[in-house]
Design a protein around this ligand. Structure first.
Ligand code: ADE
Length: 370
């Protein structure tokens, strides 16, 4: 445990006294430089909730069009609560971390049922909503309701760690506690939403992980890491989750001009979206053998798989997937082939299909044209 992670009460007091000028400089910078992001045009707690859920594991540039489409489709909590999940899944497809969509939908139902459709302004109540953890509750309460609760994410932690010249990372309890204490002293009571977003913004645009732009930073005067000479070395890097590499065998089964789709991919992934029948394996060979077995079971018919006729790579969450596509021919149509959803390649792009299915579909379409 490094010494710099432990702040003393005297140190805290000194910081609190110096905090006023830092806070003012940060808020002034935010007023002048805040990017005009679509969720910053509203005080609607529901809209801010949606944005915070989308922003949790996804980059801002990706989120913007999804956020706008989502709010056009479901402009209120009530609209979302009453929607079919299939439609929600469709609008989420491509954003990733798809479980968030299920929780958001369940959350909207809870808010409609128990809180009259209004996202609660009290922390304890907000936490009763499915999918609303400490982070989301704090973000919505501070931004939409002006409650003085700090929000700590990776960007904020980096900014604060640099200000104090603190090593360590958020996975370490003592680091997290120290940063939380620092944040509690620093937060603006009058403008907590702007304050929280200012720190996020500073981390996203200026106090960058590898290449901090200290010349443009409104609080560089107070930055211990800069004084020490190598701000990019703070905080210590966080261990990354290993990327899992897998093979996925997918079947393109034609009957005339229609192609067979099923709900879900494999292993419970994207359960509510249409996909080519697919099975994971550790190797190409294992994947295709398991796919053949699965398809015989599913269709009740012996099946011939030819290929792979196409290969592509796809990333879902922390998986990097090598996809091999096989052409499948049913030797006879049995009643069980009704389990498939038959559609055309061009319809595929417009229905509630997964990103991967759309990607495979456009590769197949190109092959047919080429
Ligand atoms: N990341 C999470 N919440 C955000 C917000 N309100 N603005 C910018 N980035 C964010």
């Amino acid at each position: 445990l490094s010494k710099s992670n432990q702040a003393s009460p005297a140190f805290d007091r000194e910081r609190a006294e110096g905090a006023g000028a830092l806070r003012a400089a940060l808020l002034r910078w935010y007023r002048e430089h805040a990017r005009p992001l679509p969720w910053r045009r509203t005080n609607d707690p529901y809209a801010i909730w949606v944005s915070e859920v989308m922003l949790q594991q996804t980059q801002i540039a990706t989120v913007i069009p999804y956020y706008e489409r989502f709010l056009r489709a479901f402009p209120s909590c009530e609209c979302l609560a009453k929607a079919h999940f299939g439609r929600v899944a469709e609008l989420w497809s491509g954003l990733g971390y798809y479980r968030r969509a299920r929780l958001l939908h369940a959350g909207a139902r809870k808010v409609l049922k128990d809180f009259g459709g209004q996202f609660p302004a009290r922390y304890e109540e907000a936490r009763k909503i499915p999918g609303v953890g400490h982070y989301t509750a704090s973000a919505v309460l501070s931004i939409a309701y002006g409650k003085p609760v700090p929000v700590l994410d990776g960007n904020v932690a980096r900014v604060l760690a640099r200000l104090e010249g603190r090593r360590g990372n958020l996975a370490q309890l003592n680091f997290r506690r120290a940063v939380e204490r620092q944040l509690n002293l620093l937060i603006s009571i009058r403008k907590p939403g702007s304050f929280n977003q200012a720190l996020m913004e500073l981390g996203q645009t200026t106090c960058l992980p590898r290449d901090p732009r200290c010349g443009a930073c409104p609080v560089h005067r107070w930055c211990r890491a800069l004084q020490l000479g190598r701000p990019q070395d703070f905080p210590a890097p966080r261990p990354r989750r290993a990327i899992e590499r897998r093979h996925l065998a997918a079947a393109a089964i034609y009957d005339n001009h229609k192609i067979a789709l099923v709900r879900g991919l494999d292993e419970g992934l994207v359960r509510d979206l249409w996909n080519f029948p697919s099975v994971f394996g550790a190797s190409e060979r294992e994947a295709v053998e398991r796919l053949a077995a699965r398809l015989e079971l599913l269709s009740g018919s012996p099946l011939e798989l030819r290929g792979p006729v196409a290969r592509l790579r796809h990333g879902i969450t922390f998986r990097s997937i090598e996809v091999e596509v096989y052409a499948g021919h049913l030797r006879r149509l049995s009643p069980r082939t009704k389990k498939f959803h038959w559609t055309t390649l061009s319809m595929l792009q417009r229905t509630g299909a997964s990103q991967l299915a759309k990607k495979i579909g456009s590769v197949l379409e190109q092959m047919r044209l080429g």
